[in-house]
Design a protein around this ligand. Structure first.
Ligand SMILES: [Zn+2]
Length: 465
């Protein structure tokens, strides 16, 4: 991901009139993508464009197949109803997130809604070629029956490791044992659509920045803890901080303890080496598939050994958060994954740690909040990577439309493979946790959260509890 402004416009090439038209297409498409369906009247108000321009631009976007207009339900408001403009969720990004124990694959529609997803449990950390093969097969399975109704614009891969964003080369993903893997290229060959890869934590942050608690926040730090360690990212002045090669924000490898535990990065005393999901689960007697109950279990923990682990981990979390506060002066720190559960029960103890490790002036203006999204954040964030070019220049859409992935087109995932993939997934689930959520398709009718219905307020952690 290049240094892209969270909400800003970049200039597109062409003549001035053409540039203006393309910029307007981008503004309105991004608005309905991020904010959800809006009436022409609302778009006029929110963009400052005049009514006739909005009408013409919406018509152009509809012609490109990127939005649809529908009449709202009658009786909602008095007067003549204004048609409502929806981002077309038949425009689809494939999203993939390989982890140490599971490969998550999803189809995400324009507008940020996960339409379908599948989770394939892996008994051992998968090789990159294995992930590509299984994901390509699973994608064909997910798309089966939808080939004529959706257009796939690309694939986004959220990798738990360092990725050179310019070409999607995984420099290192130590928990997976991957080094110098040309992952984007491998996926492009297998799936036949443009593929993009980036650090998973940075993409999870992106989901929060666009659709979640980081929406409309110009300065925030995001910290996520999962089975593969701890990652994060920073939005400063409304811009994602990427660093020179896309590796900025590795808060998991910042130092929290002298003479500490050896870390997978080669250092010792790193935040992610000291605070692990596995150790916390063990401390309260939970299995990996019971992670959803971690917050409650931490709050209820009574035995001394467990309390000691929790207190120690909370202190390291406080040190890491304090470093972020002092470095970036954010208004919000967003905690995701198991770190959210850890902070939730920390109460006044976290406040005292922060008092000891932060400068007062920066601490006074910062709030700690839990992330909006759960496990879907990585798929939504990976899809954003794919939609970026489309949102930037919708007028180029016709020219850049990728070949549609269809079963049996001679590329990797043929129909037979898709069936096989489903079988694989079922088998893996049986081997592992028997969690029925794995390997079952989650359709858009059920739980998946759309960007449109994200609440604007998420409560802060209650320090006085
Ligand atoms: Zn490290």
């Amino acid at each position: 991901m290049s240094s892209s402004n969270v909400a800003g416009r970049r200039s597109v090439g062409g003549t001035t009139t053409d540039q203006l038209r393309r910029a307007n297409l981008s503004t309105i498409l991004e608005l309905v993508h991020r904010e959800g369906p809006r009436s022409r009247a609302e778009i006029t108000r929110l963009t400052g464009l005049n009514r006739s321009t909005v009408g013409a631009v919406v018509a152009d976007l509809a012609q490109l197949g990127l939005v649809s207009e529908r009449m709202p339900h009658l009786g909602a408001s008095p007067g003549r109803p204004s048609p409502v403009v929806h981002a077309a969720d038949r425009i689809v990004a494939i999203a993939i997130n390989p982890e140490v124990d599971v490969i998550a694959i999803g189809l995400v529609g324009l507008g940020g809604r996960v339409l379908k997803s599948v989770r394939i449990a892996t008994p051992v950390p998968p090789l990159s070629a294995d992930v590509v093969h299984r994901a390509a097969s699973a994608v064909a399975g997910l798309l089966a029956g939808m080939e004529d109704s959706v257009t796939v614009v690309g694939a986004g891969i959220a990798v738990p490791g360092q990725v050179r964003t310019a070409d999607g080369l995984v420099r290192e993903a130590t928990h997976l044992g991957w080094y110098e893997e040309p992952l984007s290229e491998m996926f492009e060959r297998a799936i036949g659509v443009p593929a993009f890869a980036a650090n998973a934590a940075a993409l999870a942050m992106r989901a929060e920045a666009v659709f979640g608690v980081g929406r409309d926040v110009d300065d925030f730090v995001y910290i996520i803890g999962g089975a593969s360690g701890i990652g994060g990212g920073v939005v400063s002045g409304g811009t994602f901080l990427t660093g020179s090669a896309g590796h900025a924000g590795e808060i998991g490898h910042t130092f929290v303890r002298s003479s500490g535990t050896r870390c997978s990065c080669g250092s010792s005393g790193c935040f992610e080496a000291e605070v692990t999901q596995t150790a916390l689960l063990d401390a309260v007697g939970l299995r990996a598939d019971e992670i959803a109950g971690l917050g409650a279990a931490l709050a209820a923990a009574e035995d001394d050994a467990a309390r000691e682990v929790i207190a120690q981990d909370t202190e390291y979390l406080g040190i890491a958060v304090g470093n972020a506060v002092n470095l970036f002066n954010p208004s919000v720190i967003v905690l995701a994954g198991f770190l959210s559960a850890l902070c939730e029960g920390a109460g006044a103890y976290m406040e005292s740690i922060l008092s000891a490790h932060t400068i007062r002036s920066a601490r006074e203006s910062v709030g700690l909040v839990p992330a909006r999204f759960g496990s879907e954040q990585l798929l939504i964030g990976a899809a954003e990577l794919v939609f970026e070019a489309l949102l930037y220049d919708p007028a180029a859409f016709e020219r850049v439309t990728a070949p549609r992935l269809s079963a049996g087109d001679g590329r990797q995932p043929a129909t037979g493979d898709a069936t096989l993939a489903t079988g694989d997934a079922t088998l893996a689930t049986g081997d592992a946790t028997l969690a029925t959520g794995d390997a079952t398709l989650a359709t858009g009718d059920g739980g998946p959260v759309s960007g449109a219905d994200v609440p604007s307020i998420v409560g802060e952690f209650n320090f006085s509890a």
